[in-house]
Design a binder for this molecule. Structure first.
Ligand SMILES: [Zn+2]
Length: 184
């Protein structure tokens, strides 16, 4: 690990969730200590979003947590026992009444970011936020397009290719391909 890595957010089996669910694909959150480079788990998405917002100017280190020091073993190892995705630092916290979701694609190649807006609709790009504000001008003093950042976390490919859920999905795809070619 290099120093100054952005916070990572390793998802669990989140990609198995139902369509239309408003839960995102990330199962747990972790940050890397800027001193010892160990990974520490962050209990909630909200806390993670708070840390991520200022991660460059205010990096995380173990002693920020009560009863934790760099001498303690890591909470979690960065390995292929789960799929890891690495977030960009300094993404603004989602504006009030909105939620930022990151969803893993079915084939695990990448993630998509969107926001659930106060009216329950999804915004997938800055243009959608503009449209929302045009339609709901009462939010203009609370929500600004600059509060939105659609940069998705980067999927760590090596951790995908070792993951059983991915292998199963790939095998299923292969079965389908075999079945359709057999019909010809
Ligand atoms: Zn540390």
């Amino acid at each position: 690990m290099t120093s100054g890595s952005p916070p990572g957010s390793p998802p669990s089996q989140g990609s198995q969730r139902k369509r239309g669910s408003t839960k995102d694909s990330v199962g747990l959150y972790a940050v890397q200590c800027n001193v010892c480079y160990k990974w520490r788990m962050i209990p909630t998405k909200e806390e993670f979003e708070t840390l991520r917002e200022k991660f460059t100017e205010d990096p995380w280190f173990c002693s920020r947590r009560p009863d934790c020091s760099c001498d303690d073993p890591a909470d979690i190892e960065y390995d292929s026992s789960r799929i890891w995705v690495i977030d960009k630092p300094n993404i603004p916290k989602p504006p009030p009444e909105t939620e930022r979701l990151v969803i893993m694609r079915r084939d695990f190649t990448k993630m998509d970011t969107y926001y659930v807006m106060p009216n329950g609709k999804r915004a997938r790009c800055a243009g959608d936020v503009d449209k929302f504000l045009e339609a709901n001008p009462e939010y203009k003093n609370r929500i600004s397009v600059s509060d939105f950042n659609f940069a998705p976390p980067k999927v760590v490919e090596e951790t995908v290719s070792h993951n059983s859920a991915w292998k199963a999905a790939k095998a299923k795809k292969q079965d389908k391909a075999d079945a359709s070619s057999a019909q010809k």
